[in-house]
Design a protein around this ligand. Structure first.
Ligand SMILES: Nc1ncnc2c1ncn2[C@@H]1O[C@H](COP(=O)(O)OP(=O)(O)OP(=O)(O)O)[C@@H](O)[C@H]1O
Ligand SMILES: [Mg+2]
Length: 402
């Protein structure tokens, strides 16, 4: 009996996916569509900054910012793609290496990656980081190429290893004769610049570019294009599309979430054997997506971040709507003492707060205290109750919430 039940499950699934989805894959976050509506401006600007490379000059170093899901990665990959195609056409020697610093987190592995690109073998361990970097430098010098390094999510690298690596990159052209290196750094932390030494900043940020968050009509256009290739005709109602654009623009215009929302709504409708994705499906999907997201972020936070967030929770619970870093630090230290773990410094706590800011769990505003320096005001961006509900299930810190 169980055999037939399972067969039905699969058959239903296959049949179902036929009438709603045409191609589910194009809703995945790493899919880059042919067209990127509302990014012409950025594409043209970056193109102009890199174009000199085609004539053998060094391209500008570029610093790109923008909140998550504003098309930074998609745009840069597209531009580099065009540039490389052009370079083949006109027979110039351009190479590029795209590195996601959140995935490839250490200097050693970044340099090893670059070496690999120019066919220099590097053992997995055994060399010093400096040695690997030198091999890249000398390798590059001997090859007469223009090399573009793209460091995506570079804030992750600087937070974990400092900006020394960036300094090395900005200095490298002094050693090169005919080869040239340009660096493109991408960050979704708008405060990223504060982490850099002014010397590094001035060389890296020869050109700066901000990707603004998408507004509702832009989200609408982008989704309309994607819906054409992802779903069968007339599956997504216009009400659903409008609502999806409105909900996501109300947050912070993250296209990735808009695409997720469509996919989840589609899967829900599919399971109900419903032939259309209506606005009610978007609404239910939104609720599910919000819960899932908060749950998974909070659950996977390192213990110190959990304690920082707990401290914010307690302050808000006491009626302090926008706690400041100093206040958070006091409660945090207290919680650490109760758990008998060593508190981090206030500076580290402040950078943990920045990290929570990036995930949009919090929103921080820097305010000036006159001659007493600066502090951050913290706004919790998720329901207060979610923090309690989720942390009540955490074996280590649930005691604080009972
Ligand atoms: N203008 C656009 N038109 C069509 N699709 C877009 C556009 N901008 C972004 N996207 C799509 O949205 C998703 C997220 O974009 P992308 O990965 O480039 O964001 P990001 O700015 O790099 O975000 P993060 O800072 O989180 O890395 C991708 O699937 C991308 O293809
Ligand atoms: Mg990206």
């Amino acid at each position: 009996v169980s055999d037939t039940i399972l067969k039905d499950v699969f058959n239903d699934y296959l049949k179902g996916s036929n009438y709603l989805f045409k191609n589910r894959e194009v809703l995945r976050p790493d899919y880059i569509p042919k067209l990127l509506p509302h990014r012409d401006n950025q594409i043209v600007q970056i193109g102009k900054m890199l174009a000199p490379i085609l004539k053998g000059s060094r391209g500008s170093n570029i610093l790109i910012y923008g909140k998550t899901g504003t098309g930074k990665t998609a745009v840069i990959k597209k531009v580099i793609d065009y540039l490389l195609t052009k370079s083949v056409e006109i027979n110039t020697n351009i190479m590029s290496s795209y590195i996601n610093c959140r995935m490839i987190g250490t200097e050693y592995r970044i340099f090893a990656n670059l070496c690999e690109k120019i066919n220099i073998e590097i053992p997995f361990t055994g060399l010093s980081t400096k040695e690997v970097f030198d091999r890249f430098k000398y390798g590059l010098k001997s090859k007469n190429i223009s090399f573009i390094v793209i460091l995506d999510e570079v804030d992750a690298l600087v937070l974990s290893s400092g900006d020394n690596i960036l300094y090395n990159f900005t200095r490298i052209n002094e050693y090169l004769d005919d080869s040239k290196l340009s660096i493109i750094c991408i960050s979704n932390d708008l405060n990223f610049k504060d982490l850099l030494d002014p010397r590094v900043l001035s060389s890296l940020g020869e050109e700066e570019l901000v990707f603004p968050s998408y507004v509702a009509p832009e989200i609408y256009d982008i989704l309309s294009e994607r819906i054409k290739i992802a779903f069968n005709e007339d599956v997504v109602t216009s009400g659903a599309l409008n609502l999806c654009a409105a909900l996501i623009s109300n947050e912070y215009g993250d296209i990735r979430r808009a695409l997720d929302l469509l996919r989840i709504a589609g899967e829900m409708a599919e399971r109900d054997k419903f032939k259309k994705i209506t606005d009610s499906y978007i609404r239910i999907a939104k609720k599910k997506m919000d819960n899932d997201r908060v749950f998974s972020i909070l659950n996977t936070l390192p213990i110190h971040s959990k304690l920082v967030l707990s401290s914010i929770y307690f302050l808000i619970n006491e009626g302090i709507k926008e706690p400041k870093t100093g206040e958070v630090f006091k409660i945090y230290s207290n919680l650490c003492n109760q758990l008998k773990i060593k508190p981090l410094t206030q500076r580290r706590v402040s950078s943990l707060i920045n990290e929570l800011n990036i995930t949009n769990i919090l929103n921080t505003k820097v305010i000036s205290l006159g001659r007493y320096g600066r502090t951050k005001k913290i706004l919790l961006e998720i329901p207060l109750n979610s923090v309690k509900e989720i942390f009540l299930k955490d074996p280590l810190i649930s005691i604080f919430f009972k």
